[in-house]
Design a protein around this ligand. Structure first.
Ligand code: GDD
Ligand code: MN
Length: 374
C-alpha cells in the first residue's frame, strides 16, 4: 500500500486521519459551502473539519453547529474572549488527533482541490510541511482585492524572506498541511499572535522545516470581508522582531512601546494646547498626562491586547486601574530621574532611566493585572 493510501478508508470508530482546521471570523455564509466542497475532494478518506470561531457576531458558530448536528465529521470550537487567526489555528490543530492537519481559510478563497496534493506531499515524507503557494507556476493571487493588497502581500513576503531559514515563494500563505505531531512539537514556542501562523511555525521550529510548495489559486472572496488591517501588519512586523530577537523582545512589549510613543505625542500636544489657554505648566503637564493615559489605554485595548480586549464595565474598570498603574509609574519615573540627577548623572541619562523604569512597570502591571490571560 503506498503511503498515500495509508490515509484512505472510512473512519473505523477512531478519530479521523485528516483534520482540516479553519479559522473563522464572520464567515456564516461560507460554512455550508465549504463543507460541501470538502465532502467532494475528500470523498472516501477519513477526515473531519474543525471550524474555530471567535464568537463571531454574524452567527458563524450557529452555522457550524447546524452542519455538525447532521455530519459527525464537522466540529466546531467557539472561543469567547480570545481573538486572532493564529491562536485560533493553534487551538484547532491541538484539538485534533489526526495524523495530518490541513490549515485553510474559511472564506472559500483557498482552492480546496489542492488539499489532496498537500496531504500526499506530507504523507509521502518528501517534506515536513506542504504549502499552497500563489507564486509558483500555476498559482495565482487573483483573490487579493486590489493592487494595494498585492503590494502589501509582496512587501510582506520580501520582509519575511529576510528572516526565514528556508526559501518560500509564499510565506504569507494560510493554506498548508503538516503532520499533527510536527505542529504539536513546535506549538509551545509559537507566538500565536496576528495572522501569519505559517511564518510563526517556520520561525519557531528548532530545526528548519523542509517545505514543499504546491501551486494553488487564491479566489476572490464571495461573502464577508477580509479582516487583514494595519494592526495585523504591525503584528506581523512585531512577530519578525520577536523571532529575530529570539523572544527577548516580546511582540506585546514592542506593541506596548509603540503605543507609549503615541502617548508621548498626545501628552506633548495636549500640554501645549492647554498652555496656549494660559494654564500654568504643572497643571498643563498633568492634563497632558491624563490625556495620554486615556489614549494609551484604548490603543492598548484595541491593539496590544487585541486578543484579550476588555469590554463594557470591565473596560471602564480597566481604564481606572490603568491610570492608577501609570500614575505610580509616573511617580517612580520622576523619583528615579530626580535621584539620579542629584547624583550628578546627566539630565538625559536620568530622564531616560526614569522613563524606562516607568515603561517596564506599566507593561508588567498591564500584562499581569489589567489584561491578564484568561
Ligand atoms: N478565529 C478567527 N479569529 N479567524 C479569523 C480571524 C480572527 O481574529 N481573523 C481572520 N480570521 C479568518 C477569516 O475568517 C478567514 O477564514 C481567514 O482567517 C483569513 O482571514 P481573511 O481576513 O480572509 O484574510 P485575507 O483574505 O486577507 O487572507 C490573507 O491572510 C490569510 C491569513 O494569513 C492571505 O494572505 C491568505 O493567504 C492567508 O490565509
Ligand atoms: Mn480571505
Amino acid at each position: 500500500m503506498s503511503a498515500g493510501h495509508a490515509l484512505e478508508g472510512t473512519v473505523c470508530g477512531g478519530s479521523p486521519q485528516i483534520s482540516i482546521v479553519v479559522p473563522c471570523y464572520n464567515e456564516v455564509a461560507n460554512v455550508a459551502p465549504l463543507v460541501t466542497m470538502l465532502e467532494k475532494v475528500l470523498a472516501g478518506r477519513s477526515w473531519e473539519v474543525i471550524f474555530v470561531d471567535d464568537h463571531s457576531p454574524d452567527g458563524t458558530t450557529g452555522a457550524v453547529r447546524e452542519q455538525a448536528r447532521q455530519k459527525p465529521y464537522v466540529r466546531g470550537i467557539c472561543r469567547i474572549g480570545r481573538r486572532g487567526l493564529s491562536s485560533a489555528v493553534i487551538e484547532g490543530v491541538l484539538s485534533s488527533s489526526a495524523q495530518v492537519v490541513v490549515v485553510m481559510d474559511g472564506d472559500l478563497q483557498h482552492d480546496e482541490s489542492r488539499i489532496v496534493a498537500l496531504i500526499e506531499a506530507v504523507i509521502s515524507g518528501t517534506c515536513d510541511i506542504a504549502v499552497g503557494s500563489r507564486h509558483v507556476e500555476g498559482g495565482s493571487n487573483a483573490g487579493l482585492a486590489n493592487a494595494w493588497r498585492r503590494a502589501l502581500s509582496d512587501g510582506g513576503i520580501w520582509l519575511a524572506q529576510c528572516f526565514l531559514p528556508v526559501k518560500l515563494t509564499d510565506p504569507m500563505s494560510g493554506f498548508f498541511a503538516l503532520r499533527q505531531e510536527t505542529f504539536a512539537a513546535i506549538a509551545p514556542r509559537l507566538s500565536g499572535a496576528g495572522f501569519k501562523i505559517l511564518l510563526d511555525l517556520l520561525l519557531s521550529s528548532e530545526k528548519p522545516l523542509t517545505v514543499q510548495e504546491v501551486a494553488c489559486g487564491f479566489r476572490p472572496r464571495v461573502a464577508g470581508e477580509s479582516k487583514l488591517d494595519a494592526v495585523v501588519m504591525l503584528q506581523f512586523a512585531a512577530l519578525l522582531l520577536e523571532k529575530f530577537s529570539r523572544g527577548m523582545v516580546p511582540l506585546r512589549f514592542v506593541a506596548f512601546c509603540l503605543v507609549g510613543l503615541v502617548g508621548v505625542g498626545v501628552n506633548l500636544g495636549v500640554m501645549q494646547m492647554t498652555r496656549l489657554l494660559g494654564v500654568e505648566f504643572s497643571t498643563a503637564q498633568g492634563i497632558g498626562s491624563v490625556a495620554a493615559m486615556v489614549v494609551n489605554f484604548f490603543l492598548d485595548n484595541s491593539f496590544t491586547y487585541r486578543d484579550r480586549r476588555l469590554r463594557g464595565r470591565r473596560c471602564l474598570w480597566g481604564l481606572v486601574l490603568f491610570m492608577l498603574v501609570c500614575s505610580v509609574g509616573a511617580v517612580a519615573d520622576v523619583g528615579v530621574a530626580h535621584m539620579m540627577y542629584a547624583q550628578s548623572y546627566k539630565l538625559n541619562e536620568a530622564s531616560l532611566a526614569g522613563a524606562v523604569l516607568a515603561v517596564v512597570w506599566n507593561y508588567a502591571m498591564s500584562a499581569t493585572i489589567i489584561w491578564r490571560p484568561r
